[in-house]
Ligand binder design. Structure first.
Ligand SMILES: Nc1ncnc2c1ncn2[C@@H]1O[C@H](COP(=O)(O)OP(=O)(O)O)[C@@H](O)[C@H]1O
Ligand SMILES: [Mg+2]
Length: 269
């Protein structure tokens, strides 16, 4: 479990960009942290692997106080994948990029090669093994960044704005990957202001605004609650807004699957 207690944080010692945040992320759960640009989402998740340390309050990962642990020991448990993964690549080939972290953690050659092969295959990147990571498309680079961190088997996977700048196909691939991680029993945390993506994957949602937690709950009630959404500087999912325009349709639809069910209920059969 990741337990955040009364967390406050300031970059400059003056302005607090996180203000007394308390929340719990249970094991094997799927969580979204949502809110407008500048709300403090990235700052919050950087506390999960010790990249940032609380100015006040505590962050515990499986009971370990992150202020007392090294980033590298926390990273084995908590993997963060940032919005611009290309900034983290440094190897000549996709294969070496994948192998690096595993070697670094001291795994033997067989474990390294098995891990690299397994995850390249899973993410549809096997054919790029010998290419430079920088020659991949944006979507492929995102997948490679995620594949890299999964090789060492972190329990918690944090994806910061995974859909930013991604086309529809990449978004669908990403929905599949998130579902797969959940099935594997990983704890998945998605940081996003993409209400459509979050609605499709149905996590437990924390809404942030101006460094504070303003609401939380299951995706459907939270994302269809106009007041909460507005407070967090987000907009209603398109499908929710569209359904509200039509009398007689459910007011609380947030995903396309729910929309399809509702249309079938009214007009199908
Ligand atoms: N490295 C930094 N130094 C100083 N201020 C920062 C830094 N990173 C973010 N901030 C500020 O902290 C606030 C929260 O930013 P951030 O956590 O990136 O928000 P979000 O991820 O929700 O868009 C913003 O006001 C931002 O300008
Ligand atoms: Mg951010």
């Amino acid at each position: 479990m990741i337990e955040v207690k009364d967390l406050a944080f300031s970059y400059d010692g003056e302005k607090e960009v996180l203000k007394d945040i308390s929340l719990r992320i249970e094991e094997a759960s799927y969580i979204a942290i949502m809110g407008d640009n500048g709300a403090g989402k990235s700052t919050l998740v950087k506390h999960f692997n010790g990249l940032l340390r609380p100015t006040r309050g505590t962050v515990l990962v499986d009971g370990l106080d992150t202020s007392e642990e090294t980033v590298s020991s926390l990273s084995r448990k908590v993997a963060l994948v940032f919005q611009y993964p290309e900034s983290m690549f440094f190897s000549e080939t996709v294969h070496d990029e994948m192998a690096f972290a595993l070697r670094n953690f001291g795994f033997n050659d067989k474990v390294v090669e098995d891990g690299v092969r397994k995850y390249l295959t899973l993410f549809g990147l096997r054919r790029y093994e010998d290419r430079s990571p920088f020659t991949l498309s944006g979507g492929e680079q995102r997948r490679l960044a995620l594949a890299c961190v999964l090789t060492w088997g972190p329990k918690y996977v944090v994806l910061d704005e995974p859909t930013a700048g991604q086309d529809q196909l990449q978004r669908e691939i990403l929905v599949g990957i998130v579902r797969q991680l959940i099935t594997q029993g990983k704890t998945v945390v998605v940081v996003s202001h993409d209400v459509e993506f979050v609605a499709e994957t149905s996590p437990y949602v924390f809404l942030m605004a101006d460094g504070e937690l303003v609401d939380q709950g299951e995706a459907q009630p939270v994302l269809s609650n106009e007041r909460s959404i507005e407070k967090a500087g987000l907009i209603l999912p398109q499908v929710t807004a569209a359904f509200r325009e039509v009398k007689g349709l459910s007011q609380n639809i947030v995903s396309t699957a729910q929309a399809a069910d509702e249309i079938f209920r009214l007009y199908g059969g």
